[in-house]
Design a protein around this ligand. Structure first.
Ligand code: ATP
Ligand code: MG
Length: 767
């Protein structure tokens, strides 16, 4: 190969350079967080194209999220003046969907097949159990779902699953029935996308050979999180001599609970990569203290492939640790810190708040919202999963494929059109009897119910007819009106936001059409090499609907906005931010209570913590709270063991270490009501104390400021003193912590609740 112009390879260290330019054979880059794996992978793609070793359509790159795929496309366009449209860069699901769309007939699917997301799948399973008269206490729908998905992820059809007892036999039977139901309705769940695609490639030699021949290079990011089936799919595609280039970090394997198999890395090394394993050890992301914390923490795990990271960036700032009295106060503290970070000139989008489970985001969102700080939540309830959006999508799906029973059930009586449960049961019975879809059963439902059903069916048919030949976004626009959804939400008290989201769906459709999703662009080439396979383009609507089902949910329209980023640790994989808050570091929460009983579970949690810590570039904040409202209950938690697994020298406690936990057990300690925010939510079981603070708790009071008070900027503040704040009004100081520029004050502002403020920053005046 010719020598690439310097610019591409300029900013690489020697092992990175070696990885980017390695000969076109299988290779594995095994390296820790922030060492440049993704950068190497992207640069290699650009280098291969630029040096003419492969055309943009001759390589495939698998990323973990759609966001990552988009970023990769952006990076490549920045590196090379090429058109990235139609390149095969995406997630496993996205790429499989694309192949299935092109070869739907060979895959045994209707052209209009729809994708069931996890929630749709669950309701399809519930419907199945009900129809089959299966006791859903004995066979809980979620467990059935898990059983089916786990089997599919192992690549097993129901005929191939071994049933060793009667319970299992029933599960296997349900699996079979479920697949039959999906097939009848023309729908495909997430693991099915992969399995179906794998089977297509296995059984259909011309198609397999086409792709094997076409992709000369297959590059995989986050390889540690691939499952068995994904690995087999990759091996199959690479079977025609393609070079498989995988990058990963065993310490960041965090999807074992979903079937990911970190063993794939060792196996890949043994079978393919042999001597071509490259290790990167220099970390370019995080300052020293952060990296030290990550390295020390992960050393507590056993069976690692072993590596250490170093940085030449210096120690940087210590990691700040904060102990809150309540989740609300923790959120308040986060707000204050964000204000000062932004005050220092940082961009909001460079600040991330991470948590272990989605349920924790509500309190944080509430605090952000109240303080007017723009924020954006990733994961959680994603745009395409919102109720109103899913309703609109269900209408669109029915227009594509009226036999999609899940979509039918979702909107047949929404907005209400007088179709009752009895009518629907009758309809379901008829459909079962004739083994047909609900739509096909309509004409046989008697009486007024049957009439109403027929009207609904003709509404769907009419919408399809009326939108023929319209551009995608106009189809969506027509449907949200003609379905009655807009009208319905207009009458709802809190419908304004829902209407906004429906309008946003129109925008999303327009953006999608402009972008050319799912490589419609290169389907023409496919049709030429595989004429016998009858490649056809999916309709733009079908392509958009699969985009909606697969899109990791980010509402792209707001992607450019400067907003604080909220997400679970899982969703943060691969990303980086200048400042990161890891909140809720409590036993039972993080590590999660379901995990601590087993060593393997605990180690996975630790890897998750490792992922979280290594997202930060400059600032890292760790926080936990003594009490937390979760799932309607107040919990009293101990601080997470992970806090004690990071080196003390890297930490700076903002609250006294091991202080408050004691205080809570002391009868005369901290009166929770004084901390304000909890009382709003009620259900707080500790007795409220009138006196906000009684300085009796040992070990804490000794570390706290004495009665002499704290002097900051020439002013002295004392506990019990009245102060005024420009925004919160008048209040009473209930505690003081720290000294000098680090001093913090907690003020009870009465109606506004208690706020924790940095004395040096807060504009507090004694009154
Ligand atoms: P993770 O394991 O978290 O996915 P990674 O190994 O993929 O991390 P990257 O995201 O590729 O790491 O890189 C981390 C950061 O370091 C990025 O900001 C990247 O641009 C930067 N970086 C990587 N290599 C270099 C280099 N040689 N010189 C300067 N910056 C670099
Ligand atoms: Mg990466």
């Amino acid at each position: 190969p010719s020598i690439a112009p310097m610019s591409l390879l300029d900013n690489l260290n020697p092992p990175q350079h070696a990885a980017v330019t390695i000969e076109p054979r299988h290779a594995l880059v095994l390296a820790g967080a922030g060492s440049g794996k993704t950068r190497v992978l992207t640069t290699r793609m650009a280098w291969l194209i630029q040096t003419g070793q492969v055309s943009p359509h001759g390589l495939m790159a698998v990323t973990f999220t759609n966001k990552a795929a988009r970023e990769m496309l952006t990076r490549i366009s920045a590196l090379l003046p090429i058109n990235t449209r139609g390149m095969w860069i995406g997630t496993f699901h996205g790429l499989c969907n694309r192949m299935l769309r092109a070869h739907y007939r060979d895959a045994g699917l209707p052209q209009t097949f729809q994708i069931l997301d996890t929630a749709d799948q669950l309701s399809a399973i519930k419907r199945l159990l009900k129809g089959a008269g299966v006791d859903d206490e004995k066979y809980p729908p979620r467990q059935v779902q898990h059983f089916i998905n786990a089997a599919k992820e192992e690549g097993l059809r129901h005929t191939e699953v071994e049933a060793y007892d009667s319970f299992n036999r029933q599960m296997v039977e349900l699996y079979g029935m479920y697949d039959a139901q999906c097939q009848r309705e023309g729908v495909v769940d997430f693991p099915e996308l992969l399995l179906r695609c794998y089977e297509l490639l296995t059984h259909n030699a011309p198609i397999r050979e086409h792709y094997q021949h076409r992709f000369r290079h297959i590059l995989v990011d986050e390889f540690q999180d691939t499952n068995r089936l994904q690995y087999r799919w990759l091996k199959l595609l690479a079977g025609g001599g393609a070079a498989l280039f995988a990058v990963g970090d065993d310490d960041q394997s965090i999807y074992a609970f979903r079937g990911a198999n970190v063993g794939n890395m060792a196996e890949f090394e043994r079978e393919y990569a042999h001597e071509r394993v490259i290790r990167l050890e220099q970390n370019y992301r995080s300052h020293g203290h952060i990296l030290d914390a990550a390295n020390t923490l992960i050393r507590n795990n056993s069976g690692r492939l072993g590596k250490n990271l170093w940085t030449d960036q210096g120690h940087g700032e210590p990691i700040r640790v904060y102990e809150a009295l309540s989740d609300a106060q923790e959120a308040q503290w986060v707000i204050e810190e964000i204000r000062s970070l932004v005050g220092e000139g940082r961009l909001r989008r460079e600040i991330a708040i991470l948590y272990r489970s989605n349920a924790q985001s509500r309190v944080l969102e509430h605090a952000l919202f109240s303080s007017g700080i723009p924020y954006k939540v990733y994961g959680g309830l994603r745009f395409f999963e919102r109720q109103e959006v899913k309703h609109a999508l269900a209408y669109l799906r029915l227009m594509e494929n009226p036999h999609d029973d899940t979509a039918w059930m979702r909107v047949v009586n929404f907005p209400a059109r007088g179709i009752g449960a009895r009518t629907l049961e009758q309809q379901a019975d008829i459909a079962r009897l004739h083994n047909c879809s609900l739509y096909s059963a309509v004409s046989q439902v008697p009486g007024r119910g049957g009439n109403n059903l027929a009207q609904f069916a003709s509404l769907v048919d009419r919408m399809r007819f009326e939108t023929q030949n319209l551009p995608l976004h106009e189809i969506v626009d027509h449907v949200i009106e003609a379905s009655g959804l807009i009208q319905h939400y207009l009458q709802e008290k809190e419908g304004a936001e829902r209407i906004e989201n429906l309008r946003e769906l129109v925008n999303a459709a327009a953006a999608f059409a402009a972008e050319d999703g799912y490589g419609l662009a290169d389907a023409g080439a496919l049709a030429q090499t595989l004429p016998e396979s009858g490649v056809e383009l999916p309709s733009p609507l079908a392509a958009f609907l699969s985009h909606a089902a697969l899109e990791a949910g980010d509402n792209q329209a707001s992607e450019g906005q400067d907003a604080v980023q909220l997400m679970t640790v899982h969703a943060a994989k691969g990303l980086e931010f200048e400042a990161v808050f890891i909140t809720g570091l409590e036993e039972g929460l993080f590590p999660h209570e379901n995990s601590v009983l087993e060593q393997s579970g605990l180690e996975e949690e630790r890897r998750l913590m490792y992922v979280a810590v290594t997202r930060a570039r400059e600032r890292l904040y760790l926080s936990f709270s003594q009490t937390r409202m979760l799932h309607g209950q107040t919990r009293y938690n101990m601080q997470s063991r992970f806090l004690s697994e990071v080196p003390e020298e890297s930490l700076k406690w903002l609250t006294p270490r091991n202080g408050r936990a004691k205080a809570v057990d002391t009868a005369g300690g901290w009166g929770h009501a004084a901390w304000g925010d909890e009382s709003e939510r009620g259900g707080f079981s500790r007795p409220a104390k009138d006196a906000p603070y009684v300085g009796s708790s040992e070990g804490y009071s000794s570390r706290r400021t004495s009665d002499a008070g704290v002097e900051v900027n020439g002013r002295t503040f004392k506990v019990g003193q009245s102060v005024a704040h420009p925004k919160f009004g008048e209040g009473v100081i209930v505690s003081l912590m720290g000294s000098g520029q680090d001093a913090q004050v907690q003020v009870n502002f009465g109606g506004v609740g208690t706020k924790t403020l940095a004395l040096a920053m807060a504009k507090l005046d004694p009154v």
